[in-house]
Design a protein around this ligand. Structure first.
Ligand code: 7GP
Length: 826
C-alpha cells in the first residue's frame, strides 16, 4: 500500500463538519462503509454503498423518531396500536429518501462516489413479511399514520423467512426460502436488552388468596422471550417518524444459565432452536388459514409481547385502569391477533385483580376489528382442544365471555333460540371450534369492512346476526393506498408531469389530482402523458426481455393480471379469453386488430393445488402462443415470476388495462385496482369490492365493468347454477374448454389440465367463470376498440388518475382516526 493511497483514503473520511446536505450525506456514507461495515472506503461495491446509505438514513430516522416519541409523550396523546400478523413494506430506500426530502442529495452524493442512485436502490431486497392485500394495506396505513402525525405504533412479527421466493420452472411454481436477512439488517434496531416473556402450555391453578378471592395462575408453562426489532416509518417531509415493532422469538434458556449447568448442553441447544422457531417463517396462505399449532403460537406470541408493551407504557402514567380506553386503542387487522382480547382480560382479572365486569368494560372500549374477507374458508377457527393445550387460561376466559354473551343474546331474542348456536364463540358439533371472528366482534367496539360493498355484505349476510345484536358497531372504511409509494416513487416521471401542472400538494392531499381535469383537453398534456406511459412500457418490455427472453411490443395493449392466485380472483377466466383470442387469430386472421401483451404474475399458496395448476396452464398457453408463427406480434403472453412489491412497482406504471375480475361478492375490496387506476390504467372488472366505488369516482364511461352482480350470483346459485348450459350454448367457449381438456396446451401430457376443466363443468364452477365468460369477452372487445382510438384512451387514462383522490390511504386513515380511534395528529 503506497502512502499516496492511504493519504487518499484519509482524505475521504469525515473531517470537518460538512455544510451541504449532499456532502454531509456522502461523509456519513463513507463513515458507515468504514466503521459500521468494515470495508475499504476506496472501493466499496454497490451492495456496501447501499447498506451504508441505508445506515446513514437510519441515523436521521432515529433522531426524528426520538423527537416524535417525546412529542407524543409530552402531550399525553391517546395512542393507536395497529396489530397485524403481516406487514409488506416493500423496499425502503427510495421511500425513505422521498419522505426525508433527500433524493437529490443522495443522487449527488452517490454520483460523486461513482454510483447511480437507481443501481444502488436495485440492491435492496424487500422484506416479504406478508402474503398480499392485508399485509400491504397495513404498510400503506403506517405510511399514512406517519404522514398524518398520529401517535401510532405498528406491531408484528419479525419472521426470519418471509413469503417464499417463487421460481417458474418448466411452467411450474417452485418455492424457495426467502432469506431476506442474509444481507444484514440495515434499517432496523435490534433491542436485545428489550424482551418480554411469553408463556404457553402448562396448567391453570385455581386458588383462594388471603382476601378470599378466587385466583387463577398458570403453572408449568413454557416461556419464550420476545425481542423487539424496530423499523422506522417516516411521514412525508414532516419530521415525524413512527416505528413498526416486530417481535423475534429468542429462547429464554439463554437467560437461565442454570440450565446449562445440569450438563445437558446439546439438549439445551435443541430447546433453544425449538423456541426460536416461533418467528422462523411466515405462513404462506392467503385467505385460507392453516390450522397449525405453530400458527396459533405465532398469534399469541405477537399478542402477548405487544400487550405487555402497551400495559408497560400505560402503567408509567400512573392512572387508573378504567382510563385505558381513553388513552389507547388497539386495532386488530383481521382476527389473527384476536386472542389479544382474552389476553387483556387475563392481565386485568388475574394479575391486576379487577372484577370481570370492570375488565370487560375496559376491553370492549379498547379493541376495534377490521374484517378483510368473506370467504367461508378464510374465517379463522381453532380446534378447542388445541386451544386448551396451548392457551388453557385463555380458553377459560373465552368460555366465560361466551357464557355472559349468550346470556344477553337469549334475553334480547327470546323467540329465536337458534341464534345462540349461530353466534356462539364456540362452534359445537362433532368437534368443537373457537370462532375467532365471533370473539373479535363481541370484544370490540367497532367492526368494519374494507369497501362499501363488502361492509354491506357483512351486515346483510356473513355477520347478520351480530349486526342485529350490535348494529352500532358496524361501519365501513374503504381501503386506500399511499400516493407516495404508488405514484411518486414507482412512477417518478408521471409524478413529475403532474407536479409540473398542479404543484406538489397532491402528495399529501390526493384530492388535488382533480386539478388535472382541465388539462385533459390540452394536446400538449395529452402528448406528454402518453409519452411518459410509453416510456414506462418500454422499460417493462426490456425487463421482460431480460427475464423471460420474450420480445413484446411496447405499443401493444398491456393487459395485466397481477395478484395472488386464487380461484375467486379468476385468472382462469382471463386465460379462457386469451385462448379465445388465439383461436380467432388462427381461424380468421384479421379479426383481431389490436395487438396485446398479456402479463400475469402472482404466487399460489404452496398447498393450493388448483391455483398452482392454473399457473401451470397459463405458462403452457403462453408457450404455445408465443411460439406459434401465425400469431406474430398480435398476441404475447408473459408470466413474470416472484410477484412482490418491487415487481409491482415496475409493472403498474406500464399497464394499460388492469384486470380486476373476481366473482362478484368475493373480493372484499382490492387495492391493486386502486394502484393501477391511480397510474392511469383502465380497469376491466366485475361489480365487486372497491371496483364499484372506483366506477362511481372515475365514471362508468372510463372503465369496463361486466358480469353478474353479487345478488345475481347468489340467485343463480340458489336456483341451481348449471355451468354446462353455458358450455353447450357458447361454441367459442366450448372450443376453448375442449382444447384445454384435450391436451392442446400439453401435448406430451394430454390429460394434464383435465382437472381444470372438470372443476368448471363437473364440479359446479364455484366461482361462476362460465357464467361470466360471454360478458367478459364483449367487454374485452370494447376495451380493444377503445384502445384503437389513442386520443380517447389517453383521455380516459388521465381522467382515471385525476379522479382517484378518494382512494388515498390518507383519507382512509383519517376516517379511522376520527370515526373509530378518536385520535388526532400531534
Ligand atoms: C385481502 C382482501 O382479499 C382484499 O380484497 C383486500 O383489499 C385486502 O385484504 C385489504 O383489505 N385479504 C387478505 O389479504 C387476507 O389474507 C384473509 O384475508 C384473512
Amino acid at each position: 500500500m503506497t502512502s499516496q493511497n492511504s493519504g487518499n483514503r484519509k482524505s475521504r473520511l469525515p473531517e470537518a463538519p460538512a455544510t451541504r446536505p449532499a456532502e454531509s450525506l456522502k461523509q456519513d456514507i463513507l463513515r458507515h462503509v468504514l466503521y459500521s461495515l468494515g470495508r475499504d472506503t476506496e472501493r466499496p461495491d454497490r451492495q456496501t454503498v447501499f447498506r451504508a446509505l441505508a445506515l446513514s438514513l437510519r441515523d436521521r430516522l432515529v433522531e426524528k423518531w426520538i423527537a416524535s416519541q417525546r412529542d407524543i409523550y409530552s402531550r399525553s396523546s391517546k395512542r393507536v396500536y395497529y396489530l397485524s400478523l403481516e406487514f409488506l413494506p416493500g423496499p425502503f430506500l427510495r421511500e425513505n429518501l422521498i419522505a426525508l426530502g433527500l433524493e437529490n442529495e443522495a443522487r449527488e452524493a452517490l454520483t460523486d462516489m461513482g454510483f447511480g442512485l437507481d443501481d444502488v436502490a436495485d440492491e435492496e431486497y424487500e422484506p416479504g413479511l406478508g402474503n398480499g392485500g392485508l399485509g400491504r394495506l397495513a404498510s400503506c396505513y403506517l405510511d399514512s399514520m406517519a404522514t398524518l402525525r398520529l401517535p401510532a405504533y405498528g406491531y408484528g412479527i419479525h419472521y426470519a423467512y418471509g413469503i417464499f421466493y417463487q421460481l417458474i420452472k418448466e411452467g411450474r411454481q417452485v418455492e424457495r426460502a426467502d432469506n431476506w436477512l442474509r444481507g444484514g439488517t440495515h434499517w432496523e434496531f435490534e433491542r436485545s436488552h428489550y424482551v418480554h416473556p411469553v408463556r404457553f402450555y402448562g396448567q391453570v391453578r385455581e386458588w383462594v388468596d388471603e382476601q378470599g378471592r378466587l385466583r387463577h395462575s398458570l403453572e408449568n408453562a413454557t416461556t419464550v422471550m420476545a425481542m423487539a426489532c424496530d423499523m422506522f416509518i417516516p411521514g412525508h417531509k414532516n419530521d415525524y417518524v413512527l416505528n413498526m415493532r416486530l417481535w423475534a422469538a429468542k429462547t429464554s434458556r439463554e437467560f437461565e444459565f442454570s440450565f446449562f449447568n445440569t450438563g445437558d448442553y446439546i439438549g439445551a441447544v435443541e430447546e433453544k432452536i425449538r423456541d426460536e422457531n416461533i418467528s422462523m417463517v411466515l405462513y404462506p396462505n392467503d385467505e385460507a388459514p392453516e390450522g397449525k399449532e405453530l400458527r396459533l403460537k405465532q398469534q399469541f406470541f405477537l399478542v402477548s409481547a405487544t400487550i405487555q408493551d402497551i400495559v408497560r407504557r400505560f402503567r408509567k402514567k400512573g392512572i387508573a385502569w378504567d382510563q385505558l380506553p381513553r388513552k389507547n386503542v388497539i386495532h386488530l387487522n383481521e382476527t389473527h391477533p384476536a386472542v389479544a382480547i382474552p389476553e387483556l382480560m387475563r392481565i386485568l382479572v388475574d394479575e391486576e385483580l379487577l372484577t370481570w365486569e370492570e375488565a370487560w368494560y375496559i376491553c370492549v372500549r379498547t379493541f376495534a376489528y377490521t374484517n378483510h374477507t368473506v370467504l367461508p374458508e378464510a374465517l379463522e377457527v381453532w380446534p378447542e382442544d388445541l386451544f386448551r393445550r396451548l392457551l388453557p387460561r385463555h380458553l377459560q376466559i373465552i368460555h366465560e365471555i361466551n357464557r355472559r354473551f349468550l346470556h344477553d343474546v337469549r334475553r334480547q331474542f327470546p323467540n329465536d333460540p337458534n341464534i345462540l348456536g349461530r353466534v356462539s364463540l364456540v362452534h359445537e358439533g362433532e368437534s368443537r371450534w373457537v370462532r375467532m371472528s365471533h370473539l373479535a366482534i363481541v370484544g370490540s367496539f367497532s367492526v368494519n369492512g374494507v369497501s362499501a360493498h363488502h361492509s354491506e355484505i357483512l351486515k346483510e349476510s356473513v355477520f347478520h346476526d351480530f349486526y342485529k345484536i350490535f348494529p352500532e358497531r358496524f361501519n365501513n372504511k374503504t381501503n386506500g393506498i399511499t400516493p407516495r409509494r404508488w405514484l411518486r416513487q414507482c412512477n417518478p416521471t408521471l409524478a413529475w408531469l403532474i407536479t409540473e401542472h398542479i404543484g406538489p400538494e397532491w402528495l399529501t392531499d390526493l384530492a388535488q389530482l382533480k386539478k388535472l381535469e382541465p388539462y385533459v383537453n390540452s394536446e400538449g398534456f395529452h402528448r406528454a402523458w402518453m409519452e411518459v406511459r410509453l416510456r414506462n412500457k418500454h422499460k417493462l418490455a426490456e425487463y421482460i426481455r431480460d427475464k423471460n427472453g420474450i420480445t413484446v411490443m411496447p405499443e401493444s395493449l398491456f393487459d395485466v393480471h397481477v395478484k395472488r392466485f386464487h380461484e375467486y380472483k379468476r385468472q382462469l377466466l382471463n386465460v379462457l379469453h386469451v385462448i379465445a383470442l388465439y383461436n380467432r387469430i388462427r381461424s380468421s386472421p384479421g379479426s383481431v386488430t389490436v395487438p396485446r401483451t398479456y402479463i400475469f404474475g402472482g404466487k399460489a399458496a404452496p398447498g393450493y393445488y388448483m391455483a398452482k395448476h392454473i399457473i401451470r396452464l397459463i405458462n403452457s398457453v403462453a408457450y404455445t402462443i408465443n411460439t406459434d408463427p401465425r400469431v406474430g406480434d398480435l398476441l404475447k403472453v408473459v408470466f413474470l415470476q416472484n410477484y412482490c412489491v418491487t415487481l409491482a412497482e415496475r409493472i403498474i406504471p406500464a399497464t394499460d388495462l388492469s384486470e380486476q375480475i373476481s366473482t362478484a361478492g368475493m373480493e372484499a375490496s382490492g387495492t391493486g385496482n386502486m394502484k393501477f387506476a391511480l397510474n392511469g390504467a383502465i380497469t376491466i372488472g366485475t361489480h365487486d369490492g372497491a371496483n364499484i366505488e372506483i366506477m362511481e369516482h372515475v365514471g362508468n364511461e372510463n372503465l369496463f365493468l361486466f358480469g353478474l352482480l353479487s345478488h345475481e350470483v347468489n340467485e343463480m346459485r340458489s336456483q341451481g347454477y348449471n355451468p354446462r348450459l353455458f358450455y353447450e350454448r357458447d361454441s367459442e367457449l366450448r372450443e376453448v374448454l375442449d382444447m384445454i381438456a384435450g391436451g392442446f396446451f400439453s401435448p406430451s401430457e394430454p390429460h394434464l389440465f383435465r382437472d381444470v376443466v372438470e372443476s368448471l363443468l363437473n364440479h359446479g364452477d364455484r366461482y361462476m367463470v362460465l357464467a361470466d365468460f360471454r360478458s367478459y369477452v364483449y367487454r374485452q372487445q370494447d376495451a380493444a376498440n377503445a384502445f384503437m382510438d389513442q386520443a380517447a384512451w389517453a383521455r380516459m387514462s388521465m381522467l382515471n388518475t385525476s379522479r382517484m383522490g378518494f382512494f388515498s390511504s390518507d383519507r382512509a386513515v383519517d376516517e379511522y382516526a376520527k370515526d373509530i380511534w378518536g385520535v388526532s395528529g400531534v
